[in-house]
Design a protein around this ligand. Sequence first.
Ligand SMILES: [Zn+2]
Length: 236
Amino acid sequence: MKIRRQKKSQKILAFFQSNFALQAPYTVLLDATFCRAALEGKVLIKEQIPKYLGAQTKIVTTQCIILEVEKLSKISSKLYGTWIVVKQFPVHKCGHEGDPVPASFCAKSLLGKNNPGKYIMASQDPELRSHVHQEVVGTPILYLHQSAPTLEKPTKKVYKLSSHEETTLKTLKRKHFGETIQEPPRKKKKAKNPHSLSCKKSKKVKQANQQKTDGKRKRKRHKRKGGAAKDMSRSE
Ligand SMILES: [Zn+2]
């Protein structure tokens, strides 16, 4: 595997670790759409996912997910292989035992609003992925991009949430420590070296001044030595 891909995945996982308490060993919740894509792309799920995530990984599915694809495989024989793949994985209790629900509904109910089971959702289903993006907090999404396991980048919403937490923390700190803590006053900008070019008076001002002082002080100027005097004499 390319090192760049590995680095990217570790960066995304680190984000979820520090903001949403995701921890290795990971639990990947797999649906049939992912299994189908894996089958088509000849991806060995059990080998390639832990390798990509760089940690021990438990890959699970649910009864509802298996039952849905089993039903569909009876209608479309193309899905038979997918059913064989998905039913190899351990089944997590989803609360719909004996009363199965559609696969995506089951996954959504397991993830809830903030993914208490700390799952990494593995799916190719665009509707499910967008739901996880929009509605579920702290859930990495794994999909196959040209037959390569890929973690989706956290959405802007997730980033905003973590920055929102930061601001809340700041406000809380301010409340607790109140007025006693004051931000250090900003340093005033020091005037730059007066001899620097930027401090030179503009030519117009210089000329105007010169006109005023022409005559009386002319001799004084000639007494001065060094660069400044030279410069003045040049403009005469
Ligand atoms: Zn279920």
